[in-house]
Design a protein around this ligand. Structure first.
Ligand code: GAL
Length: 666
């Protein structure tokens, strides 16, 4: 197996990266010398810099919430972006089926470039003066490169399906007839899993030194393996791939011939996934020192008040009679704060849930989330967000009720005919435009679960704790003088009438003097412990093991402040697997999983098809209550066709490599 491309610019990137870590003394040489490859491993620091350069691809191939124009985030049914933003990025192409072999997010180009970088690192460290690196340390560095090679293959596989495996570095003059084609999907999975196991055997489970956080650990490697094996056991790759006749033309995978994807169900894939998911969870909670974040009091150390929840906060209680009800209310509101901090704090703030964080985070992603007209400054101008990240009505309806049930299945919840009616709860408010208004919420937004109040912003509700000059921002999603639709906001209007407040530090605060504090700084989440619970629960559900499914699902529900599921909840109306999938879609909302989850479940038409995604009627200026609260199809031409299960490869890959076959229907 061979590496044949993407290697041309190695010297520049290696030396740039190593110079970021140490002073660039090669520039001081007079007359200047050309850096050459051995320089990259000539000192301890340079070698470490070379290793760091191998990590550099992650931020572009595995973005998180701040990459709001990225298809993984914004082409799903979790949220959408304003229709007019379709000229930005190509998120829309992935939702509208307009991706082509020469117009797409070419992740493959980046992953193979960095696979090459890792292979080059492994090759060069063999030749270097081994006494430069303390005994044992170099073995870990090599295991990191091995992990990254496996990781970049996984990232390629999850978007492109069967892919070439590149496990050695070879000369650039290799004839095209020797290029690798795609290997059978199951072969790729086994190969990647094996690499991850080998890396994990050498990597530390936990990194004590804070400057090493973000670097590979055995827990990260086993967690990626768990995700890989879960994907591989899922319907798309376990008998339901919609193009059973798609094959290679001349490139053979050992043991598989020209086949690329198996078209028969294999229950053994679930056994392997279960073993991998269990191993990852046990390691994470053992030597990895991970635990579900469950700090109900962190908000108090941050001097924050409890949030407003309509009805619950409006109720008048008599402490002498209703002590229990008051305690329940406090616990509910504290859970909301905890869930906000779950995704916005880090290790040294007591959050031991994050398994892998990514510092690729900038505030422009948060501007896309924040509403328009956050605050009128003393100088009369407005501090504005872009009102872009627009949770769909589908997502809003998907969150559970406070009883931990779907809104359609909870007998205590409103009948569908009442969802969009105004509730009895009102608040008087004077907004920054100087208007006296009455805030009111719809029934749909009452009696919902804490994750809904933690992460979603809705008309008449509060948004974060201190954003508006030390107070929560009061959302007026119908008012063009506040956060509602206005032509004056040009392209920046919420497409659905909802906003996200997930990933906003509860402490975020803008002041009338024009100063801002973005609150706690924290890495974007790539893997957190809750995923490992949900992965394992999904494996047990696939095997029909109710007891163990509930065993791993219920800790997530308990932490979210909703009742645990029992056998009685598993009915014809909602199967065990449906409960697991729904919990996953709620818990991991907006965290980059949905794009792949819906695909691997072969549920593209159900969730991503034409006419499925809805919002409130948010494109009308100053709508009446009835106008606004009318479920409305979005103007975006969402569509699903089965070819969208895979990304096409760049046309040149097929053109220059006689072994390469294009994905079906591209
Ligand atoms: C910027 C624009 C913002 C917002 C953003 C969305 O160019 O200034 O108002 O629309 O694009 O990506």
């Amino acid at each position: 197996m061979k590496l044949v491309k993407y290697m041309r610019n190695w010297s520049l990137s290696v030396l740039t990266a190593s110079c970021m870590l140490s002073s660039c003394d090669y520039l001081d040489v007079v007359p200047p010398e050309q850096p050459n490859l051995p320089d990259a491993t000539s000192t301890y620091e340079r070698t470490l810099g070379f290793l760091y350069s191998c990590y550099n691809g992650i931020k572009s191939v595995d973005p998180n919430f701040n990459g709001y124009l990225h298809e993984f985030n914004s082409s799903t049914d979790e949220y959408t972006l304003p229709y007019r933003w379709s000229s930005d990025g190509i998120w829309d192409d992935y939702a509208w089926n307009t991706v082509t072999a020469n117009n797409q997010n070419w992740i493959w180009g980046t992953t193979y470039q960095f696979i090459g970088q890792c292979l080059l690192f492994l090759q060069e460290v063999e030749k270097m003066d081994q006494t430069l690196i303390p005994a044992g340390e170099l073995d870990v560095w090599k295991a990191e490169a091995k992990f990254l090679i496996a990781y970049y293959h996984f990232i390629t596989l999850r978007s492109y399906g069967p892919i070439p495996i590149t496990d050695s570095y070879i000369a650039m003059d290799t004839p095209a007839s020797d290029y690798n084609g795609r290997y059978h999907f199951d072969y790729c999975v086994d190969w990647i899993a094996n690499q991850l196991d080998e890396a994990a055997a050498v990597l530390p489970a936990y990194r004590e030194k804070t400057d090493e956080w973000g670097r590979a650990t055995s827990v990260i490697a086993k967690s990626i393996k768990a995700r890989l094996m879960l994907y591989a056991a899922s319907p798309l790759w376990n008998g339901e791939f919609p193009y059973p006749s798609w094959k290679n033309t001349n490139f053979e995978t050992p043991g598989y011939g020209l086949d690329l994807v198996s078209s028969t169900y294999d229950s053994g894939k679930w056994d392997k996934a279960l073993t991998a998911c269990k191993e990852a969870l046990e390691l994470a909670e053992g030597a990895g020192q991970r635990e579900l974040y469950d700090d109900n009091t962190y908000y108090t150390t941050q001097q924050l008040s409890l949030p407003y929840v309509p009805e619950l906060s409006d109720m008048q209680y008599d402490a002498s009679i209703d002590a229990e009800a008051i305690a329940d209310r406090t616990a509910f509101l504290e859970t909301i704060m905890k869930l906000r901090y779950l995704v916005t704090t880090r290790e040294n703030e007591g959050n031991h849930e994050i398994i892998w964080g990514n510092w690729n985070k900038d505030n422009s992603g948060l501007y896309a989330t924040l509403p328009h007209r956050i605050l009128k400054l003393n100088n009369g101008t407005w501090w504005n967000g872009y009102s872009g990240v627009s949770p769909t009505l589908n997502s809003v309806q998907n969150f559970y009720t406070e009883n931990g049930l779907p809104i359609t299945m909870d007998e205590e919840f409103y009948d569908e005919s009442e969802w969009f009616q105004p509730s009895a709860y009102t608040r008087a408010h004077t907004n920054d435009a100087g208007e006296s208004v009455t805030l009111r919420v719809a029934n749909l937004h009452l009696n919902r679960e804490p994750r809904f109040y933690a992460w979603i912003g809705f008309d008449g509700g509060d948004y974060t704790s201190r954003l508006h000059d030390g107070e929560p921002l009061k959302l007026e999603m119908r008012n063009p003088e506040a956060h509602g639709f206005s032509e004056g906001f040009n392209r920046d209007n919420s497409a659905t009438g909802y906003l996200s407040q997930k990933f906003l530090s509860p402490k975020i605060e803008f002041n009338k003097s024009g100063t801002g504090d973005w609150g706690n700084s924290y890495p974007a989440i790539q893997i957190r412990l809750a995923e490992l619970y949900l992965n394992l629960a999904e494996c047990y559900a696939a095997k029909g093991d109710v007891e163990n499914t509930l065993k791993y699902l219920n800790p997530i529900r308990k932490r979210a402040g909703i009742p645990e599921l029992t056998n009685a909840n598993i009915t014809e109306d909602m199967s065990l697997t449906e409960w697991v999938r729904r919990e996953r879609s709620i818990e991991l909302w907006g965290e980059g999983h949905r794009f792949f989850d819906v695909r691997r479940w072969v549920e593209g038409p159900k969730y991503f098809g034409a006419g499925v995604r809805k919002g409130l009627n948010a494109g009308v200026k100053s709508p009446t209550w009835e106008q606004f609260y009318t479920p409305t199809e979005l103007p975006h031409p969402f569509v699903w066709t089965n070819r969208m299960y895979l990304n096409p490869v760049f046309y040149n890959e097929v053109y220059k490599n006689p072994q390469m076959v294009q994905a079906p229907e591209y």
